[in-house]
Design a protein around this ligand. Structure first.
Ligand code: SF4
Ligand code: SF4
Length: 340
């Protein structure tokens, strides 16, 4: 037997969570041709069909674009923390972290969360990230179609992959969904909300495999200095959209906003595609142009991260190619490497 929920039942669940104070995010139509994951003000804002995937990712729910780490006051040689999450807060399990629910995430977004977990728990346990992550429940909607830039099957995933999800929804084609709970969080969320059925949901077969990641890895390891990178990066404008819309890119900067901006220390997203990312105080920049920055992005995803954590730093969502103003991205580069 399977468990099913109607679309109206799902929207009611969202309404109940919003009313209970949970921050609920999901795909929503923000402009005629733009679907983004965003905080839902109403269950009616949740978009469940008619698009391939949002143009951003759910990493924003656990790793915000900008977050205040703490405020501070400088008095002579003393610095006093004034607000934000202080060290005491970080060890206090009762300090408030809002509960979050992500609904109708794509499998390629959910699968990015365990990848990010490695990063934020490797040499230092990042409590800001960990506490948001612990407070977040992810309900994934299996894909019923794929776009031309999708390549999950090239990096070991597929449209029904469970990785990173607390529960999964599968379309039944009659306005309802099969619910498959994966974790205790998922089971708690759907407890008493589903009905038994003998129907089984469906998912898209996914895109054909488009490249072999081992071939890409071998190329980047053996072609650090290669004209390929200059040719490939000729049209890159260094906008960083590839990194900002990527579920797995995670680079950040720490900036101090001084007295005129309220004396606070912030963490903000950064990108290896920006010239300032590796600029030294001396003025020297070891990655002096877009070719070396593009090489770094591919090298990190297919060699550096896999060497350290045993998996590819990419879930095949296709956002970097889909959103790049020049059509560059992992799909474009990896396919070119593999097929010449
Ligand atoms: S690859 Fe595309 S999205 Fe990324 S920095 Fe270059 S132009 Fe921008
Ligand atoms: S590198 Fe590109 S395709 Fe891979 S997860 Fe990031 S945005 Fe998606």
């Amino acid at each position: 037997m399977s468990e099913i929920i109607s679309q109206s039942g799902l929207r009611q669940l969202v309404a109940d969570r919003i009313a209970a104070g949970t921050i609920v995010s999901g795909p929503t139509q923000v402009k005629p041709k733009l679907v983004l994951y965003a905080v839902l003000g109403s269950p009616d804002d949740l978009l469940l069909e008619g698009f391939v995937r949002p143009d951003n990712s759910i990493k924003e729910c656990v790793f915000p674009k900008q977050e205040e780490l703490y405020g501070y006051r400088i008095q002579g040689n003393n610095i006093e923390l004034t607000d934000g999450l202080t060290n005491d807060d970080l060890t206090n399990d009762d300090a408030p972290v809002p509960k979050q629910l992500v609904v109708a995430a794509r499998p390629c977004d959910a699968a990015a969360l365990p990848i990010l977990d490695h990063i934020f728990n490797w040499d230092f346990k990042d409590e800001f990230y960990n506490r948001r992550r612990a407070a977040t429940t992810v309900v994934t909607l299996a894909c019923d179609s794929h776009g031309e830039n999708c390549f999950c099957t090239s990096v070991g995933l597929h449209p029904a992959a469970e990785r990173g999800s607390d529960a999964m929804l599968f379309e039944l084609g009659d306005g309802s969904y099969e619910v498959r709970c994966i974790t205790d969080k998922g089971r708690a969320l759907f407890d008493g909300k589903t009905e038994e059925s003998d129907k089984v949901g469906r998912a898209d077969a996914g895109p054909e495999k488009k490249f072999d990641p081992e071939t890409v890895r071998a190329f980047v390891d053996q072609h650090f200095e290669d004209p390929f990178w200059s040719q490939h990066a000729l049209t890159c404008v260094g906008c960083g959209v590839c990194a900002f819309t990527c579920p797995t890119c995670h680079c950040f900067d720490i900036v101090d906003a001084g007295p005129s901006a309220g004396n606070a220390r912030y963490r903000t997203w950064d990108s290896c595609q920006f010239p300032m990312f590796t600029a030294h105080a001396s003025g020297h920049n070891p990655r002096a142009g877009q070719p070396s920055r593009q090489r770094q992005r591919i090298l990190h995803k297919f060699s550096i991260y896999p060497n350290k954590f045993g998996e590819i730093l990419c879930t095949g969502c296709g956002n970097c190619t889909r959103n790049c103003p020049e059509g560059i991205g992992v799909l474009t580069v990896a396919t070119e490497i593999d097929h010449g």
